[in-house]
Design a binder for this molecule. Sequence first.
Ligand code: 3PG
Ligand code: MN
Ligand code: MN
Length: 505
Amino acid sequence: MSAVRPGILLVLDGWGHAEPGEGNALAAADTPCLDRLRATPAAVLAEASGSAVGLLPGTVGNSEIGHIVIGAGRPVPYDSVLVEERIDTGGLRSHEILGAALTGLAATGGSLHLIGLASDGMIHSHVRHLRELLRIAALFAVPAVRIHAITDGRDVADGTAAHHLATVGGYTAEAGVGSIATVIGRGYALDKSGDLALTERAARAIEDGTGHRIGKPEEALATGGSGDEWVEPCVVTGADGQPLGPVRDGDVVLFTNFRSDRVQQLADRLHSGLAGRGVTFLSLAQYDTEAPIPALVHRADAGGGLADRLAECGVRSVRIAEAEKFEHVTYYLNGRKAGPAPLEEHVRIAAAGRPDHRAAPEMNIGRVTEAIGAAARRDDVPLVVANLANIDVVGHTGEYAATVRAAEHTDRAVAALCRIASETGRWMVLVGDHGNAEKMLAGAGGASRPYGGHTTNPVPAVLVPAPGREAAPPTGTATLADIAPSVLSLLGLGPAPAMTGRALW
Ligand SMILES: O=C(O)[C@H](O)COP(=O)(O)O
Ligand SMILES: [Mn+2]
Ligand SMILES: [Mn+2]
């Protein structure tokens, strides 16, 4: 182990690059340390969106694919791309499992329930996948399709839910089948913090029609006083005054999100709640649910990356992040392998209660920094991998002033970590996983609205060399796939065979 040169890999979540301008919270923030690092010759911009990381061209990056690619050292075809491929080749129409479920409904007169985020954000879902499923339902003459539309306002500009509901309505008219049966804000339906009371309200609306009753889907939006994310669980009633869409014996429930993390709590809750009703469950893509829900599209292998190489070389690593990003520096960075690998230690910093990120944009950055310092001071830990979540998590509130403060807290933490790296003789690599806070305004319907979503911008990648060493400026275009080979090279190790990225420094 003595030959290994110790370091720190620090992901600044949501740290994207854009020229200073209106809505660029990162450029507006007072960040002397980050500005200094970005002006060093070893700083580079890395592609973190679109095909460079395994997404469709022009698609915004996200935390899952960002961390997967940082760990894998190669672009990994993301679930959204695999779903699109399946649709484009007609493979969903001829899908055996889906076909069997829909044929069964045509025979029994049951309903197909499509549950998913109704937007074109392409982070968790895309409404065009719903469109294809409606067309398929029509081909199979499914008697009734009930859409449980989850409103967004987080991956897309807030205030656009009416537009997306209208799009879904257009798709049902085009397919000649389907009606929106519930409208529920993603704050309820897609909680991933373990707040089961939120999930319960979403689940009850879907399974039993319990919730705020409305005559038309768009009436739900008036309940979203805090934005599209927090539209109350609303149940559309039919001409008879009864809810359109409770789940009945023999129905099929199909989750249309391609990303698992935020839908799995609801999927598990519905699976257990409907256990006695003989309901068939399916998901468009593969989920990490406790319940065994068959997927129509399976995920790509993301293994053979940094974690496997570290294990092979006997290099210990400590992974540190706030709860919001803990899976990212463990599960996703390790190629979606659950549980710590041998020689791997995990530190999860959790907030007490439900944090208000607008009021406290510092989150728990002090505790995260302390934990990184403690790991960095250990001689038996060659690599510390950590995530500073603030820029992304606070950026998602869409609140500009709070996001500026999040960037300033991050800057002070990075300054402290630079001192720790220097004291402990470590190099440090800083990299964003996708853009976010450099763009806090987005056009929608001709107006500029607060935007808390991700971007297609490149991200900064910087090497702070170990004391006494220098870093040559990287050449060529960098991508997130270059980070794992760079980290291995800085440690004094070669890349894994599956890696296609290159060492930048
Ligand atoms: O789930 C979320 O919070 C957002 O839709 C995406 O953010 P993430 O990719 O940073 O998790
Ligand atoms: Mn992220
Ligand atoms: Mn994010």
